[in-house]
Design a binder for this molecule. Sequence first.
Ligand SMILES: Cc1ncc(COP(=O)(O)O)c(C=O)c1O
Length: 427
Amino acid sequence: MDVENLLVRSEKVTPGGVHSNTRRIEPQIMPKKAYGSMLTDISGKEYLDYHAAFGPIVLGHSYSKVVDAVKDQLGEHGLYGVGVTELEVKTCEKIVEHVPSAEKVLITNSGSESTFHAIRVSRAFTGRKKIIKFQGCYHGWHDYVARNMLSEEKMIGKRDPGSAGMLDEVIDSTLVCRFNDLDDVENMIKANRNEVAAIILEPIPHNIGNVMPTMEFLKGLRTITEQNGIVLIFDEVITGFRHHLGGYQAICGITPDLTTLGKAIANGFPIAAVCGKSEIMDSFSTRPGGTALFAGTYNGHVVGTASILATIDIMEKENVHEHINTLGEKLRMGIQEIADRVGLEVTVKGFGSIFVPYFMSGEINNYEDLMREDTEMDLKFRRGMIEKNIFMFPIPMKRNHTNFTLTKKDVDITLQATEDVMKDIKK
Ligand SMILES: Cc1ncc(COP(=O)(O)O)c(C=O)c1O
């Protein structure tokens, strides 16, 4: 079967032929199967996969211990819609054990649901309407957060809804600040005194590659939110379990009030969570008297709980983070060295298992700084890598991920391809 035929067939029954916003890309890859670090497309071409499905694949595709754990449970368990299962309890106990901010946990099916609920409960808890997010950060598709994501330069910090059909009141209840700029946040809070319910951030904004927060910024956010009765939400949907079983908060030492988790927590199976201080979490309607509605037919499904527990078990027992971080560092250093030698203006950023070659030089502290990136060159590089069977997602600034099955040999192959593609670009 070829790519065009499948897409044409799919377009007849699905708008645009794909089931999520950015899956229709150039070159179009149609996956057939994936195992370990390798993804095979329907034409039989194999790729070393650094896209990792936008991040969930942290142990490797179809990782047998996780798949087997799910299979084992499926023979016995169905969907109950009543009470609680032991797998759900164990899952929440493990999250409480590892994630510093987690005193109580609720299970959802996606990161978007988790950020939605974190914001709704913050509003219920504080009795306030507005929230603050940061330019460039992505927290899912719902109206509360879908503004000022990958904005055009002229729309940075301005009113930039990410979708038609959003309600004006909702768009305007979400205020937008500059990342790593505490003064901007302070001024925004002053201008909206006693109106801000929550500040939500990706502690490392990986949706724009890899922008590191300064410790001063994170500490400042913690202080300012405490002083003003604002709920601090760390959206760790990408960073959670990928950088540490406790999320980035366990690394940076700043504990938010609420945390959202998803993606890597279950190595590709659909489960996510919202967790945090009991005082706030107890406002959810799962507790008698709780006022913030929380519901979901599939919440706590056995596929999700079995896979998250298996992923945690593997991360507790094996040197997952050491391995993926070491290879991440090798790739960051290797790509930077090649770019410098070839004479391309590239700054490789990253953290742990994530690496991002930006085609630019100079400081990178926020989305505004990334406007200096040569996105055409970035795209050319990514497409060149895809031609050489290395799958780096063909959208500028998208992050690349290592996984537990990736080998040093895979890294060498990647660096050789990088050198070939960069030399071609330089010509
Ligand atoms: C930081 C962050 N939060 C939330 C989401 C939404 O998660 P989901 O796609 O599972 O709804 C994403 C998805 O990319 C994300 O990167």
